[in-house]
Design a binder for this molecule. Structure first.
Ligand code: ACO
Length: 271
């Protein structure tokens, strides 16, 4: 078995946690060991005050080639349904943890992104890709449906026709096309990808962190609500956010209205 301690690596620089799938020789496919390690890393980083934004990317030519077809499927199936369910809990577990993460999260898609990798892709609040990254729901190519949430993600992010084509055809789309389709926010030249993501991180770091967490949760949750329920949820969510930070918004108003030191239409107040 490969060295299992470094299948995920991270560094923290200027409040940005750069977290890397680190199995480049296996195109960063997700094994049970990788899934367990990622959960530990989420634990290490979520409430670390040195971290303002979490960026997920991959070492080498892949973001992630999806689930490890050998270690995640074949080897866990040897333990029967218990093995399969355990492997599913571990992967779905960290993707959910990432969806709910207390800080803003960004997927920086540097290369291949297949199947199961749509789980963490969607879990991240924002996504940026290199123009030449390749995205595919390749499940159909080896005889299964896009599971692990991948079909749901396609339907959430793509038009009906594009979702159907993407899921049924097993063809890849480039980062550029993924941006046109809404699978990622933007695609840029590979050489500019880190710079662009850093720029976005630096904007996010200036914002009120309690308001950011309330906002990202709200965007995910209101899509399933009626208008009236969303209206009520948003009032309650702001009141709940006030429990954690009841000074930020007052400071924001003070600096604009009374001190005239910034304009909310043009940027964030000084924390
Ligand atoms: N599971 C297990 N092993 C993998 C996976 C994977 N998902 N992806 C790559 N590998 C392994 C290869 O078997 C190979 O191992 P080896 O060196 O021991 O022979 C190694 O990683 C390198 O892979 P290559 O295929 O040689 O790399 P190449 O750069 O030529 O191709 C590509 C990259 C296109 C990503 C190719 O590896 C591939 O098609 N991978 C599978 C993609 C996929 O369909 N993933 C599953 C999606 S569905 C799901 O996640 C549920």
């Amino acid at each position: 078995m490969a060295n299992e301690t470094n299948v995920v690596e991270y560094t923290i620089e200027n409040k940005i946690a750069w977290v890397k799938f680190n199995r480049p020789e296996k195109r960063n496919c997700m094994s049970p060991t990788l899934n367990r390690r990622m959960m530990e890393i989420l634990d290490e980083l979520e409430y670390n005050d040195e971290v303002g934004v979490f960026v997920l990317t991959g070492e080498g030519t892949a973001f992630s080639a999806g689930m490890d077809l050998k270690e995640y499927f074949v080897e866990t199936e040897k333990d029967g349904l218990a093995g399969t369910r355990k492997a599913q809990r571990e992967s779905y577990g960290w993707w959910k943890r990432l969806r709910d993460f207390n800080k803003p999260t960004i997927a920086m898609v540097n290369g291949w992104c297949f199947g199961g990798a749509y789980g963490p892709l969607f879990a991240c609040d924002l996504a940026f890709a290199s123009d030449d990254a390749q995205f595919g729901l390749s499940e159909i190519n080896w005889g299964i449906l896009p599971g692990g949430g991948a079909t749901k993600i396609a339907v959430e992010l793509l038009s009906f026709r594009n979702a159907m084509y993407h899921a049924m055809m097993g063809e890849n789309v480039s980062g550029k096309k993924a941006a046109e389709w809404g699978l990622v926010n933007e695609s840029v030249e590979a050489s500019k990808l880190k710079e662009r993501v850093t720029e976005v991180c630096n904007v996010l770091i200036q914002k009120n962190p309690v308001a950011l967490k309330a906002t990202k949760d709200a965007v995910r949750k209101v899509s399933e609500m009626t208008y009236a329920n969303a209206e009520e949820y948003l009032v309650k969510a702001q009141e709940a956010a006030n429990f954690f930070d009841n000074t930020g918004r007052k400071e924001g108003i003070k600096q604009f209205i009374f001190e005239k030191t910034y304009k909310p239409g043009l940027g964030a107040y000084n924390k």
